[in-house]
Write a protein that binds this ligand. Structure first.
Ligand code: NAP
Length: 497
């Protein structure tokens, strides 16, 4: 006896996309497990000041569920959370969701031909098991907050906040604030904090490439046009997608062939910095010394000018320790602070991939096998030895700059795969080791064209690279190639039984 057709772990946009595909295929007995207390993934968890998407919202949304009423070209965090709620309601997904429940582990039972998933309430309490014919992980990869390994961080006597655990009640007004980190999150947060702090010190280890953010309020008549004639919004989506693909994706993934685009993107960012920061020394500190795209670049109009303000300091001397009252740098200087903000990102390669233990056929451990024999998944979705398992945040899955591109390609993969399963009246699927190896070979070949292999990335400290030094996060092909591949992969690459 199996409890569910499918268990999906994660109620963010990825998990909801998978559930929409499954509902389209006629599956009704779905269980979506979410460790947070509501749906929306990243857009539920994150609510730091300044949170917004940095990919235009016409693109950063499901193509089949356009929102004509985005207020800004780049939606703010709360709007994305509301969009997630709208999608869950419209596609009737909420009734499948349970919140505050964590997946602790999953094991394939080859006798029963189902997955046994161990879950536990986040609030505490005893574990339980639930079974499902199919298991899908949609746990994201920017979901396990990383604390810095700096001496004394636990001893700080003031307020400490990680950006992914923001406390809205913290009083920032007139405070001396220290921010550690200058990734995409810090770029959004720092200009907002600077408005409230008496003194702000930003501790930068590695500068980030920042290009202009062409944000604007979408006028009501344009919103009305998007609503009345959806084709106009589709055109806007296509145009924005083409720009992103050219300037960002091609410049990074086809570095060998299109170095001029990469140089162009870097020149754009440098010109932006020159225009916005007066002091040459500050500009020098803010200029990356690695190729554009080695780590995720970002977009902002108010990050650089923040460093022109009298009460904002950019500190690049390495931190040696944190005391109960401040931050000490290697020159012996201690800066007293009241609030310590950790914009230190997420741990991808120790606590993710996968986010919990997944044991397949013959006791195969997914995490161990990825770490020992390299990270790979066929088309960034399925893994040999793991029947009826879909990993939505796999190596080589992330395609294009908008996460929705990846989600929709994966939804299409599911639809073809589960369609075939139905047609063949089968109960299990498993990708062949040969198809997986061939796909990996193709990815490695394409990787040779990318900035990760051809550029100068050694100083980037990019989370795109595993602990072993391989850049396996992004699919090193164009988005068009990913869309074509999902229509073309031979269903015979799967064994149906
Ligand atoms: P991140 O890019 O990993 O940045 C973390 C920052 O903390 C880096 O500057 C890092 O320095 C620094 N850091 C970490 N440990 C440190 C230590 N021990 N000492 C000193 N500095 C330390 O994390 P993030 O800014 O949260 O962004 C993560 C991702 O979230 C982004 O790349 C993006 O994909 C996504 N995001 C998207 C949006 C959006 O609008 N779409 C907005 C925000 C975030 P090093 O670089 O030297 O390691």
């Amino acid at each position: 006896m199996t409890d569910h057709d499918v268990i999906i772990v994660g109620a963010g946009f990825g998990g909801m996309g998978a559930a929409i595909s499954l509902r389209r295929l006629g599956y009704e007995n779905l269980l979506i497990i979410e460790r947070e207390d509501d749906l929306g993934g990243t857009w539920h968890v994150n609510h730091y000041p300044g949170l917004a998407v940095d990919i235009a919202s016409v693109t950063y949304s499901y193509s089949f569920e356009p929102n004509p009423h985005w207020k800004n070209w780049f939606a703010r965090g709360a709007e994305l959370k509301a969009y997630a709620e709208h999608v869950a309601d419209k596609y009737d997904l909420r009734r499948h969701m349970v919140f505050g429940v964590r997946a602790e582990g999953a094991r394939w039972d080859d006798e029963e031909k189902h997955w046994v998933v161990t879950t536990a309430p986040v609030a505490g309490g005893s574990s339980a098991t639930r079974t499902a014919r199919f298991l899908m992980t949609a746990t994201g990869f920017l979901s396990q907050p990383k604390l810095p390994d700096i001496e004394g961080v636990e001893d700080f006597a003031g307020t400490v906040i990680h950006t992914a655990k923001w406390d809205d009640s913290v009083d920032l007004d007139g405070k001396r604030i220290g921010v550690i980190g200058t990734g995409a999150t810090a770029v959004q947060l720092i200009p907002q904090i600077a408005k409230r702090a008496a003194a702000l010190t930003v501790y930068q280890r590695t500068p980030i490439w920042v290009t202009p953010k062409n944000d604007f309020k979408i006028p009501k008549p344009v919103q009305a046009m998007f609503a009345a004639a959806p084709v106009t919004q589709r055109v806007a989506r296509a145009a924005n997608g083409a720009w992103l693909e050219g300037m960002m994706v091609t410049a990074v993934l086809h570095y060998k062939q299109a170095k001029f685009l990469n140089n162009g993107a870097a020149a754009l960012a440098k010109a932006h910095l020159r225009r916005q920061v007066k002091d040459p020394e500050t500009r020098r500190k803010l200029t990356p010394d690695y190729s554009f795209g080695c780590k995720r670049p970002t977009f902002s109009n108010d990050y650089y000018p923040t460093f022109n303000k009298e009460h904002v300091a950019l500190e690049t001397t390495p931190i040696t320790k944190i005391t109960p009252t401040g931050i000490v740098t290697s020159d012996g200087n201690e800066t007293p602070i009241d609030v310590l903000v950790l914009a230190t990102g997420f741990n991808l390669w120790d606590t993710n991939f996968p986010a919990f233990e997944v044991i397949g056929r013959e006791g195969r451990d997914l995490g161990k096998s990825w770490r020992q024999t390299g990270y790979h998944a066929f088309e960034g979705v399925t893994v040999p030895g793991f029947p009826n398992f879909i990993s939505l945040n796999s190596p080589y899955s992330y395609s294009g700059l908008s996460y929705f591109m990846t989600i929709e390609v994966q939804m299409r993969h599911l639809e073809r795969l589960f369609g075939a399963l139905r047609e063949q009246d089968a109960g299990t699927f498993e990708i062949s080791a040969e198809a997986d190896a061939e796909f990996l070979g193709h990815m490695l070949e394409r990787m040779d064209d990318t900035v990760f292999n051809q550029g100068s990335c050694s100083t980037a400290r990019s989370y795109y690279y595993t602990n072993e030094g391989d850049a396996v996060l992004l699919r090193p092909t164009s988005s068009r190639n990913a869309r074509k591949a999902v229509e073309a992969f031979p269903l015979e690459d799967y064994t149906f039984a």
